[in-house]
Every structure is written in structure tokens, then in C-alpha cells.
Design a protein around this ligand. Structure first.
Ligand code: ADP
Ligand code: MG
Length: 544
């Protein structure tokens, strides 16, 4: 079979028809409903507590850290008290060996070390003076609260939150597997390691990245056009949306502000349809799952997000290479193309290693529409040690990679579309826009990912052309990290006793904050940082 035909045959297995799309939306709505009814369903639908608005006069220096699936970010936000602020930011890759280690402390010690490095690098003076004071006082509670950096912790794994700065890890996702941490309070784990380094840092607030994204974006969309959904398409995928409390049938423990009739729900949609009622499954999806650290879990995520798309593509490409008469990445077809040298795949090529193909190369493939596919061919050489690939090779690779990504975008539209339907805003003549904030490298960098989502949304019966014109998907870049810093600010304000149950205490505190911010226009222009002020006031927690 000609190579292009072979690639098309593989690509066809990733077709996701409009009929399937619609069936998925119905199933998604059903599983969302189940999650709102009881615990232990595929989608956790974790209730959160959201209320309040800041006034833009907050001052101070706050820290935020963001543990994603791939990177760990540390940032500091200086709030100047006049609606302006400055932000500094470091990013490190999380070492793979720490994702599957035996002791949670190993991972959290690494995180604490990054915080120390960041403080030394960017806040040396502040850091040293804090440290001197702390060294002269024997207990952590012995120094004044305002001399400590308050830190907001963005943690993108499922957590049962018990207070603003307490939350127990429910399970790992995205390739992490540290048994020791499951069931434990992740804030305490981080604080313990921070204390070992004697850093003047207090973990003040815990926030899920989706919730941070929703809040950040919500602020930028102002007024009637507030955001409805915050969604992540990075290493993993997840979303948090605004739900009517009357739809939340399971018990929401503790007190919460009932006056709005709404609450943010962290869907944990990565585990939508773990039972595979509808999800499409190719042989490569199956293989990926079997070889993963959590077979049978996060089945939706495994078909959508950055950690997995490269691996699906790798498995499909490898199968093609190893099939008997395939010419993919072999000399056979390079002899009759424009490149005279022979094609070789180095033994150490990522093609031969689990997770060896980074989803980023799929973006290169999608972006390269030149007749020679020269950037893709260069990237195959540089990234995957495939030397002098032919045009046909690169073309075949592109066909397969594009198909994997397209299915992912259409599956993403299932979640977004279902939540747009669930919001009731499609049918609400008052609602001009359904705003959706997104974050994560996949949606940010994969060419036309959002366009493919829009195209699929249009094909959903209950949305159609009219509906899709209402839906606005915008990137809330780094809103989650910045949001965490501001939540830390509000947490610091109420931090007289960190054991006070959240719902009562937070509500009391937030009720006292005036509702007018006066920030909107100015902040709208500040790009990725705009969520800051809004986020300060929106609280996420779960009281147990
Ligand atoms: P995190 O999930 O840690 O918050 P990101 O949002 O940066 O981090 O997502 C990282 C994931 O995005 C990785 O799985 C990586 O393979 C993928 N990724 C990084 N760059 C690109 C790109 N240019 N195109 C597509 N995917 C990318
Ligand atoms: Mg992230």
C-alpha cells in the first residue's frame, strides 16, 4: 500500500463523526448529572465555595506556586494598592523520577527548594531579612504574620478540600503515582518541606487550576459577560463551571452563601466515561491505557491532553513502521524522492520509548503546510532522531498526528458544549455571550485547536450556528498561578486562625469587602495578569 494510503487508513480510525459527537454530549450531560447526585461516580463534580469581590486597594507581596503535570511554576505578585501590580515568574520541569517516587516528601522537598531558589533570585533582600528574623525566633508562630510570605498553591489534581489551606489528595492523575501522598493534605506536605528549609513562607490557600482560570477569566469578561467555564488543556484536561445550587443534589457540607444560588463545580472531567459507554477506542488508546500507571482511569483525558496525544501518535506510527511492507522511515521510499541520503531512525529515538514523542511536535506538523514540509522534517530529525526523513515520511506522520489532534479537539468540544448546554445560557435571550476561559500549552500552542473546537460545537444539535456565535473561548494565560497569589492575599487577611471552618469564616470576611472594584477597564488591557484583582475575592474550598 502506498504510504499516504496507509497513513490515511490509520488516521481514519480517529474519525469522530457528528453523530458520535452528539451521542457523547448526551452521555456527558448524563454523567455530569450523576456526579451532582452522589459521590463515587465517574466525574467527581466537586462542589466549591465562591463569593466576594476585591476592591483593588490590596497591597503587598504574595507568592503563588502552580504544580501542573509537567511544570512547576513559582511566581510573586506585588500589589501596589492602586490597581497596578508587578509579577515575576520562574518555571521548572518536574523531574520524571519524582512523579513516581515512594515518598511524597521527595516531590514536595523539590518544590520547596524551587521556592527557596526563587526567593533568593528575585527577592533576596526581602528573603534575607525574613530569614534573619525567623532565625532569632524559635517557633514559626513566634514571628509576626506580616513578615511572612503568604503563598497560594495551585494544585491540578483531584482534592477534597477541607479549608482554604487544607485539602486531601483523592488520587493522582497525569502519570503521577506516589501512593504515600494519597489521602494526605497537600498543603501540609508542602509546608513541612518549606519549614525544613526554614523559609519564611506560609501556605495560605489551595486552589485548583481550573477554578483559578475561571476566576481570572471571569474578571476580564466583566459584568453580564462573566465567564461560565474555566478549562485546562495542558498536560491533562479538566474544567470548572458555575452550576445552580438547586442542581447539586448531593449534600454540600458546611455553610455557604446561598444568596447567589450558584456554586463553582470542579468537574474532574478527565475521568468522564471511564466505563467506556461511548468513548472511541483505537488499538493505540488501549495500549496507552494498559501501559499507563492508572489503567482504566482518566479515559477522557487520555484521549485529549498534552501528555497523551504524543504517545497515541507514537504508538500508531510505531505500528506502521513495524508492519511488514511499510516503507515509513525506511530507505525504500527515500531513494525515490528529493533527498538523496538514506533515512535512518536512531536506536535511541523517542519513537521507541514510552512518552518519547512530545505533543509539541504535533503542533509543528499541524503548522507546516509547505510543499516540502521542511520544518516538520527538521523537527523529526532534531526531536526524534529520524535522519533525513523523506517528504512522504513526513506527510504520513502529519496525516496521523493531525487526526489524533483533531479527535482530541472534537472530544474537547463535547465537554465545552455539554457545559454550555447545562448553563442554560444558550436559550437565555439575555445572555449575549457564553464566555469560556482556557489555559494550557495544548490549547495555547496547537494551531487551530480552538477553531476545531468551534467547528465541532457548531455540529452539536442543541448548539448549531446560532449557539456557536454566542460562545467565546479565550485564553486566560497563567490566570491560575496569579489567581492563587491573590487568594493567598485574602486568606492572609482572615488568617487569624487557620483551623476555623472555611464556610462561615470566609463568608464573614468576604461579606465585609465592598463590591466595587473600579479596576475593569484598566485591568482589561493588562493581558495575562488581569485576573488578579477578581480572583482575590473568589473563594474555592470545601469543608468537611
Ligand atoms: P501543566 O499541565 O504542567 O500546567 P502546560 O499547560 O504547559 O503545563 O502543558 C504541558 C503539556 O503540553 C505537555 O504534555 C506538553 O507535551 C504539551 N505541550 C507543550 N508544548 C506544546 C505545543 N507547542 N503544542 C502542543 N502541546 C504542547
Ligand atoms: Mg497548568
Amino acid at each position: 500500500m502506498a504510504l499516504a494510503d496507509e497513513a490515511k487508513r490509520v488516521a481514519a480510525q480517529f474519525d469522530f463523526t457528528d453523530a458520535e459527537l452528539n451521542a457523547h454530549v448526551q452521555e456527558f450531560l448524563k454523567q455530569m448529572g450523576e456526579g451532582l447526585e452522589k459521590d463515587g461516580t465517574s466525574m467527581s463534580q466537586i462542589p466549591t465555595y465562591v463569593t466576594g469581590v476585591p476592591n483593588g486597594t490590596e497591597k503587598g507581596l504574595y507568592l503563588a506556586v502552580d504544580l501542573g503535570g509537567t511544570n512547576f511554576r513559582v511566581c510573586s505578585v506585588t500589589l501596589n494598592g492602586d490597581t497596578t501590580f508587578n509579577l515575576t515568574y520562574n518555571k521548572v520541569a518536574i523531574p520524571k523520577e519524582l512523579m513516581v517516587t515512594d515518598k511524597a516528601s521527595k516531590l514536595f522537598a523539590f518544590l520547596a527548594l524551587q521556592i527557596e531558589n526563587f526567593l533568593k533570585e528575585h527577592h533576596a533582600e526581602h528573603f534575607e531579612s525574613h530569614r534573619r528574623r525567623r532565625a532569632t525566633i524559635s517557633t514559626a508562630s513566634g514571628y509576626k504574620e506580616d513578615e511572612v510570605f503568604h503563598l497560594g498553591f495551585t494544585f491540578s489534581f483531584p482534592v477534597q478540600q477541607r479549608a482554604i489551606n487544607k485539602g486531601n489528595l483523592m488520587r493522582w492523575t497525569k502519570g503521577f503515582d506516589i501512593d504515600d501522598a494519597v489521602g494526605k493534605d497537600v498543603c501540609a506536605l508542602l509546608q513541612t518541606e518549606i519549614d525544613k528549609l526554614k523559609l519564611p513562607v506560609k501556605v495560605a490557600a489551595l486552589v485548583n487550576d481550573t477554578v483559578g482560570t475561571l476566576m481570572a477569566r471571569s474578571y476580564t469578561s466583566t459584568g453580564a459577560n462573566r465567564s461560565t467555564l474555566g478549562a485546562i488543556f495542558g498536560t491533562g484536561t479538566n474544567g470548572a463551571y458555575i452550576e445552580k445550587t438547586s442542581n447539586i443534589k448531593k449534600k454540600i457540607e458546611g455553610e455557604y452563601d446561598e444568596s447567589t444560588g450558584e456554586m463553582v463545580i470542579n468537574t474532574e472531567w478527565g475521568s468522564f466515561d471511564n466505563q467506556l459507554n461511548v468513548l472511541p477506542t483505537t488499538p493505540w488508546d488501549k495500549k496507552l491505557d494498559t501501559q499507563s500507571v492508572n489503567p482504566g482511569f482518566q479515559m477522557f483525558e487520555k484521549r485529549i491532553s498534552g501528555m497523551f496525544l504524543g504517545e497515541i501518535t507514537r504508538l500508531a506510527i510505531l505500528d506502521m513502521m513495524q508492519s511488514k511492507d511499510s516503507t515509513l522511515f525506511s530507505d525504500d521510499n527515500s531513494s525515490h524522492n528529493d533527498w538523496t541520503t538514506t533515512t535512518t531512525v536512531a536506536g535511541q529515538s523517542g519513537l521507541y520509548k514510552q512518552w518519547g514523542l512530545d505533543t509539541a511536535i504535533m503542533s509543528v506538523a499541524a503548522a507546516d503546510n509547505t510543499p516540502e514540509l521542511s520544518s516538520l522534517r527538521q523537527e523529526l530529525e532534531k526531536d526524534l532522531n529520524i535522519y533525513t526523513p523523506s517528504l512522504e515520511d513526513a506527510h504520513a506522520f502529519k496525516i496521523v498526528a493531525d487526526a489524533v489532534a483533531r479527535r482530541a479537539a472534537r472530544l474537547s468540544a463535547v465537554a465545552i458544549g455539554a457545559i454550555a448546554i447545562q448553563s442554560g445560557l444558550l436559550k437565555d435571550p439575555e445572555a449575549e455571550v457564553i464566555d469560556i476561559g482556557v489555559d494550557g500549552s495544548l490549547v495555547e500552542h496547537y494551531p487551530f485547536f480552538r477553531d476545531m473546537i468551534y467547528e465541532a460545537l457548531r455540529a452539536i444539535d442543541e448548539i448549531g450556528i446560532q449557539g456557536v456565535n454566542k460562545i467565546r473561548i479565550g485564553v486566560a494565560k497563567d490566570g491560575s498561578g496569579v489567581g492563587a497569589a491573590l487568594i493567598a492575599l485574602v486568606a492572609a487577611k482572615m488568617d487569624k486562625s487557620d483551623d476555623v471552618p472555611l464556610a462561615t469564616e470566609v463568608k464573614r470576611e468576604l461579606d465585609s469587602i465592598p463590591a466595587e472594584t473600579g479596576l475593569s477597564n484598566m485591568a482589561m488591557t493588562v493581558g495575562g495578569l488581569v485576573g488578579v484583582a477578581a480572583v482575590a475575592a473568589l473563594w474555592w474550598s470545601r469543608q468537611r
